[in-house]
Design a binder for this molecule. Structure first.
Ligand code: GDP
Length: 298
């Protein structure tokens, strides 16, 4: 995903390594290269501006280090700032003091929510939890079956409305699911919700109603890293319409330019908790800002 960005950043920073001492003009020139690389990777303009300003300020004021030459110092600063915009420390999943922990998934249709529900369930199971999936996407005809299939693959129970009862009310399903989870001693409940192809008010209202009914410990905004700049507008719409406590990036295995991944934390103020990088249930991990920054810097 970050190949082009990586190459551009490496090239921008490499020109510095040939210099013994860096002038302000050298730093400005490198900052300009980095700026272009980030914009071409679809990083949101506001994020790029802040990032570049920080790099320039820190690089020009860099204290003389015995251990690092000037170029290495700039590389270190760029790395630290990248880790910073990706969220700094890894943020762990917030577990309820009294089970069950309720995790609600929200995002556009096709973002990868249902797949993520299965991935999360498998991951939680491996950590010793007894998760239950809940099918609250009653809009799309195949969504319930699709969730049941990933649930089976992950080896976990899926709570779904009984077939033949009409479309059903997702809020009612969510409420009954929580009661069932308590009864059957599932300590984590993952609630899949409906997505639309674009942001719409009805979708937001339904998600907000489910949120109010289940009082989630985490609302995870699931976003396809391939959608580039649109990820930011979508994230803002979900932040305002439903609110979320964390982000999951999906399709990081794709060949998109990576801007969404680099912008979403800074724009929404919410941390990235997990990254999904493939269609298999195992293609999933907790998100580590430092590892991602290293990957970007090559
Ligand atoms: P939902 O509509 O948000 O529930 O999205 P789905 O879970 O149905 O995913 C939409 C499509 O994206 C499916 O074909 C998934 O197999 C695929 N998908 C989901 N996550 C990933 C991922 O991390 N990488 C890739 N390559 N495909 C993914």
């Amino acid at each position: 995903m970050f190949d082009t960005l990586s190459d551009r950043l490496t090239a921008a920073l490499q020109t510095l390594t040939r210099k013994g001492k860096l002038s302000d003009a050298d730093i400005d020139a490198t900052a300009r290269e980095i700026r272009i690389a980030l914009l071409e990777a679809d990083v949101a303009l506001g994020v790029v501006k802040t990032f570049i300003a920080r790099i320039k300020e820190r690089a020009k004021g860099a204290e003389v280090s015995q251990a690092l030459n000037p170029a290495q110092q700039v590389i270190k600063i760029v790395n630290e700032e990248l880790v910073g915009i990706l969220g700094g420390e890894t943020r762990r999943l917030n577990l309820a003091k009294t089970p069950p922990t309720v995790i609600m998934l929200a995002g556009l249709q096709g973002a990868g929510k249902t797949t993520l529900a299965g991935k999360l369930a498998l991951w939680l199971k491996k950590q010793g939890h007894a998760p239950m999936l809940v099918a609250c996407d009653l809009q799309r005809p195949n969504a319930v079956t699709q969730l049941q299939v990933v649930g089976e693959r992950a080896g976990v129970v899926t709570f779904a409305p009984e077939p033949g009862n009409g479309v059903g009310d997702p809020v009612d399903v969510a409420r009954r699911a929580i009661a069932e989870a308590k009864h059957a001693q599932h300590d984590v409940v993952v609630v899949d919700t409906a997505g639309r192809l674009g942001v719409d008010e009805e979708l937001m209202k339904q998600a907000a109603d489910i949120r109010d009914a289940v009082e989630p410990d985490e609302v995870l905004f699931v976003v396809d890293a391939m959608i580039g700049q649109d990820a930011v507008t979508t994230a803002e719409a979900f932040r305002d319409g439903v609110g979320f406590s964390g982000v999951v990036l999906t399709k990081l295995d794709g060949d998109a330019r990576g801007g969404a991944a680099l912008s979403v934390r800074e724009v929404t103020g919410q941390p990235i908790l997990f990254a999904s990088n493939g269609e298999k249930l195992e293609d999933f991990d907790t998100f580590h800002p430092d590892r991602m920054a290293s990957r970007i810097l090559g």
